[in-house]
Ligand binder design. Structure first.
Ligand code: WQD
Length: 337
């Protein structure tokens, strides 16, 4: 019996990946400090699957706590989600972001090496493409960071690439997520942001449920189809399936590789808001506001590499995304609390 260790396993993407891995027959350990997550998500994954997860409360900066996991359990691979992800906060607290995101990954890899576990899937972000103008973006698009959060993802990618080049017994898949949205179709697990949501979909769902008065749409004068920003929204269930596929790939096609996980389709803010309201038959009051500093007009993935090498592509539609996001929010108006 061997385990897949998820750092940050209780978070939004971690919990959906835990669900997908359990359903694929894997044994799962979650290592999470619950700084932006709740163990409740994992309890619900256990209820949904009828299987149990080994839940360890710990911080990736705590080398001894990490080492204790590897000492106790046979781990075959790690999916490393744990990290900080708020762009605005990263500009205020860059040292904390670099320490947690870059330093945390280095410590994790040191412990993994010590225990001879060299299979790793890493959560990166399409933010590494900066303000690239030529969507659809393949993985060969030049990378550039726009803020400390993005820089921390990019620096970690470099660290992992250098590590694998120094020792080719490492197998590493870097997954560059586009915009994760949606929730498991059960409505039992979903995104539960702290405080005022930074991201579009949780803001929309909180407006729809009456927790916030209206959505501000940041910019309606972009050079896009309707003037609002265009992004590649990926249902978190598809994203989770991408991790299962990437884990398999580590064993069948070893080495280092980066993959875009996106749908390949660009949707505008208005596309999302209007479809959300129509499918769910709820009002989403909004007004147009100034552009948000640092936002790019339009980007979306070229996901063909993941299709070819991981045999993975998105299956969910925009209607699935807006329905499942709403189902989660209306059943859990206060998230996991
Ligand atoms: C999407 C669109 C906004 C909120 C960010 C990070 C990125 C990644 C994912 C991961 C844009 C518009 C949003 C609102 C709005 N990080 N919007 N009103 O900015 O594409 O990506 O999250 O951890 O690194 O930058 O996602 O959901 O914030 O915005 O009009 O209240 O919605 O301008 O066009 P973004 P988002």
């Amino acid at each position: 019996m061997s385990y897949v260790l998820l750092t940050g396993g209780a978070g939004y993407i971690g919990s959906h990946t835990a669900l997908a891995l359990l359903r694929a027959g894997e044994q799962v350990i979650s290592f999470d400090n619950y700084s932006n997550s709740s163990p409740e998500s994992l309890k619900r994954v256990e209820q949904l699957t009828g299987k149990s997860i080994i839940k360890i409360e710990g911080d990736v900066l705590d080398v001894e706590a990490l080492a204790a996991v590897f000492a106790q359990y046979p781990v075959k691979a790690v999916v490393h989600f744990a990290g900080l992800k708020a762009v605005g906060e990263s500009t205020q607290k860059p040292l904390w972001y670099y320490e947690t995101n870059v330093g945390g990954t280095i410590k994790l890899c040191q412990v993994m090496a010590k225990f001879g576990v060299k299979n790793l899937v890493f959560s990166s972000s399409a933010t590494v493409y900066g303000d690239a103008q030529n969507s659809p973006l393949p993985e060969t698009t030049p990378t550039v960071a726009m803020n400390p959060y993005g820089q921390s993802k990019l620096m970690t990618e470099w660290v992992l690439q250098d590590l694998q080049h120094s020792d080719n017994s490492w197998n590493i898949a870097v997954l560059r997520y586009f915009n994760p949205v949606g929730a498991d179709e059960s409505g039992r697990i979903g995104e539960d942001p702290n405080g005022i949501p930074n991201n579009l979909m949780p803001f929309i769902t909180q407006v729809a449920v009456g927790k916030r008065a209206e959505l501000q749409i940041f910019g309606n004068d972009y050079p896009t189809v309707d003037g609002t920003g265009v992004r590649d929204y990926i249902h978190v269930t598809d994203l989770a399936a991408g991790h299962v596929a990437a884990l398999q790939h580590l064993f069948t096609d070893p080495g280092f590789d980066s993959f875009n996980l996106g749908s390949g389709e660009g949707l505008s803010v208005l596309d999302i808001v209007t479809r959300f309201a129509a499918v769910n038959q709820v009002e989403v009051p909004y007004q147009f506001a100034a552009r948000r500093p640092g936002d790019v007009a339009r980007y979306f993935a070229d996901p063909s590499k993941a299709k070819t090498l991981l045999n993975w592509q998105t299956e969910k539609t925009l209607d699935d995304i807006v329905r499942d996001s709403w189902n989660w929010q209306k059943n859990n108006p206060n998230g996991y609390n």
